[in-house]
Design a binder for this molecule. Structure first.
Ligand code: B16
Ligand code: MG
Length: 211
């Protein structure tokens, strides 16, 4: 087996919470009269809340104060948390859950590496709060993807070097972060065709073919 650990991105890989991010940003953009669509939303994948807001505001006709920006980020997050509050364990697709169990049974260590500060809340909602061997998220990092910090912390939590870990990502920023940190990457979703990834997956269950 090539790897001893697997580091999963959260939004868009383990769960479809990327759709909730989109809806929450879209509602804010509509209220402010700023053009925003799914294609533009792709630029927000994997990057922090405030960096996402800056990207969204690039299309605005006016500028906003720091105070207004903080209020916008809080407004988006409140809407996002409202959507997250409806999550249940059933939101982890059964083939994803089975794959996690199979990978663990093979002796692999499993971690989460997410830019999201909502990671602990999300894992708790879906009943995965005690499942992973390590969790690195937006609460413990200074730089978000494409910086490799979150994946380096996850690998450290697993007690493994980057070369022994595979990162699973749906964002181009995440694939870039994996490459910068010296990790192999399995890309899916939005980033599936990213040439910097070693593996190109239809979904999490395809990970079995990367081992
Ligand atoms: P929050 P991931 C990322 O999570 C999302 O892809 C990105 O869209 C979001 O802006 C970021 O988390 C911060 O999220 O506002 O919840 O702290 O894909 O790295 O799991
Ligand atoms: Mg993601």
């Amino acid at each position: 087996m090539n790897y001893r650990g697997i580091i999963f991105d959260l939004d868009g890989v383990l769960l479809s919470t990327d759709e909730y991010h989109y809806r929450a940003w879209k509602a804010l953009a509509d209220r402010l009269g700023i053009p925003f669509d799914r294609e533009r939303n792709g630029l927000l994948r994997g990057v922090s809340r405030m960096e996402s807001l800056e990207i969204l505001l690039e299309k605005s006709a006016r500028t906003y104060s720091e105070e207004e920006k903080q209020a916008f980020a809080a407004e988006k997050n409140a809407r996002y948390r409202e959507l997250l509050s409806k999550l249940t364990p059933a939101d982890v697709k059964s083939d994803v859950r089975q794959t996690l169990l199979d990978l663990r049974a093979l002796g692999l260590k499993l971690a989460v590496g997410s830019s999201s500060k909502n990671t602990p809340y999300i894992l708790e909602r879906v009943g995965l709060q005690d499942f992973f061997d390590a969790v690195a998220d937006g609460n413990g990092i200074t730089h978000s993807k494409p910086h490799p910090e979150v994946f380096l912390k996850a690998a450290e939590g697993l007690g493994l070097p980057p070369a022994a870990c595979l990162v699973v990502e749906d964002a181009h920023a995440g694939v870039a972060a994996a490459e910068a940190g010296g990790f192999d990457c399995a890309a899916m979703g939005d980033a599936r065709e990213d040439p910097r990834a070693r593996w190109h997956l239809k979904g999490v269950p395809d990970l079995r073919g990367c081992l």
